[in-house]
Write a protein that binds this ligand. Structure first.
Ligand SMILES: C=CC1=C(C)c2cc3[nH]c(cc4nc(cc5[nH]c(cc1n2)c(C)c5CCC(=O)O)C(CCC(=O)O)=C4C)c(C)c3C=C
Ligand SMILES: [Fe+2]
Ligand SMILES: [Fe+2]
Length: 370
């Protein structure tokens, strides 16, 4: 085994801090072959599909990868060309990366690099980590951009970091943010985005808070995701002063035949007009950036279901994306989780790096005999 990493990253004037932003990922382009590659990687992840490999492998390779890529490519084409980098998720994630880099460079006492990695597809987690290593980051904070923890998303991104670390010689100091579903600044930003929307378009009869679903089996097995979504929902409603009948929490993006978390977003929307609820707004607090699942599925597909069922006003409230209050909230979260990394006393990182470099240069000059 040859481990990665050249010793040159010991150089540098002070210890640099790295922040690794992670999100789910997106195909390289909206074509059937690119979708097949992306979905194969995604749906082969045992954190996502918790089924025995012997059962899942034939279903995935013989059925799903022969049908879904074409359908998904068509859906991606609907959202693709309106964004600089093609994929909305990638474009918005880059904006978030730049905004956080700017804020942290201004606010932290030492040098910081913010890198972006995608769990599936590109830029890969390995590429993003190598970028931080080459910049000289000896301390890395990992921030999955999922406010609510799920094993399928959060833990899976950690798996990718751990796997990569197995190949490094000089492993950095690491910290992980597991969730921020009740972080006040995140909730305040969500509430502000909804209030602004109501101010412009009027208050609907109901605010539907739609979160990405997972199989119900995962909740029964102990995954906190379902409960964290409800906590976020309740806290957001509190901030907005909504009573229990003015909002609801639903789950979208079902995949496969088994039961997922309920109530389902699509079935709920199809049923609301018959109950006299014809004016709604939908917000997706679990998505830190707009993507296929919000723009196409909530913005288009579910709007049609609601309107075909007799609904009259339907508004999708965009994700927090690169809003200032969102990036300020994440900056606050990052600063809290990196306490002691830069603003600490009694350790001169520059002197330490120089001394290590001196010892190393001597050792190499003498044939490493010391
Ligand atoms: C925000 C949290 C998310 C959870 C929880 C989640 C669970 C989950 N997803 C699938 C299957 C698919 N998800 C797909 C895309 C996708 N999912 C999320 C977020 C969560 N998924 C995002 C941000 C995206 C990216 C969308 C983009 O714009 O690129 C897809 C691919 C698209 C498609 O073919 O429809 C699949 C498939 C499962 C099975 C699951 C939990 C077990
Ligand atoms: Fe998903
Ligand atoms: Fe979807």
């Amino acid at each position: 085994m040859t481990y990665q990493g050249e010793p040159h990253y010991a150089h540098g004037s002070a210890e640099r801090m790295g922040v690794l932003l992670l999100n789910l990922g997106t195909p390289d382009e909206p074509t059937t072959p690119a979708l097949r590659r992306y979905l194969k990687q995604f749906l082969s992840d045992p954190r996502v599909i918790e089924l025995p490999k012997l059962l899942w492998w034939p279903i995935l390779n013989l059925i799903i990868l022969n049908t879904r890529p074409k359908k998904s490519a068509a859906a991606y084409r609907e959202v693709w060309d309106h964004y600089e980098d093609g994929s909305p998720l990638l474009t918005i994630s880059r904006q978030q990366q730049r905004g956080l880099q700017e804020r942290l460079s201004q606010q932290m006492a030492g040098p910081v690099s913010v890198a972006l990695g995608m769990r599936y597809g590109n830029p890969s987690v390995a590429t993003a980590l190598a970028e931080l290593r080459d910049a000289g980051a000896r301390r890395i904070l990992v921030l999955p951009m999922y406010p609510q923890y799920a094993a399928a998303t959060t833990a899976s991104t950690f798996d990718a970091v751990f796997d990569e670390m197995k190949t490094w010689r000089w492993v950095p100091e690491l910290r992980f943010i597991t969730h921020y579903h009740r972080e006040p600044a995140y909730l305040d930003a969500l509430a502000a985005s909804v209030r602004e929307h109501f101010a412009e378009h009027g208050q609907p009869q109901k605010l539907v808070m739609s979160f990405h679903g997972v199989p119900k089996r995962y909740l029964l097995a102990g995954d906190p995701y379902h409960c964290e979504c409800h906590v976020t929902g309740r806290l957001l409603a509190d901030r907005l002063g909504l009573s229990a009948d003015q909002y609801m929490v639903t789950f979208q993006s079902r995949f496969g035949r088994e039961e997922w978390l309920k109530p389902y977003t699509d079935e709920t929307l199809k049923g609301l007009p018959a109950k006299g609820i014809k004016h709604i707004a939908v917000v997706c607090p679990g998505f830190s950036a707009d993507c296929l699942e919000t723009i196409e599925e909530i913005g288009q597909e579910n709007r049609e279901y609601f309107e075909e069922a007799g609904g009259e006003t339907y508004h999708y409230i965009p994700a927090l994306n690169a809003r200032d209050d969102h990036l300020d909230a994440l900056t606050h979260l990052i600063r809290r989780h990196t306490q002691g990394w830069i603003e600490h006393s009694g350790y001169d990182a520059q002197a330490d790096a120089q001394e290590r470099d001196r010892v190393r240069a001597n050792a190499l000059a003498m044939g490493a005999e010391r």
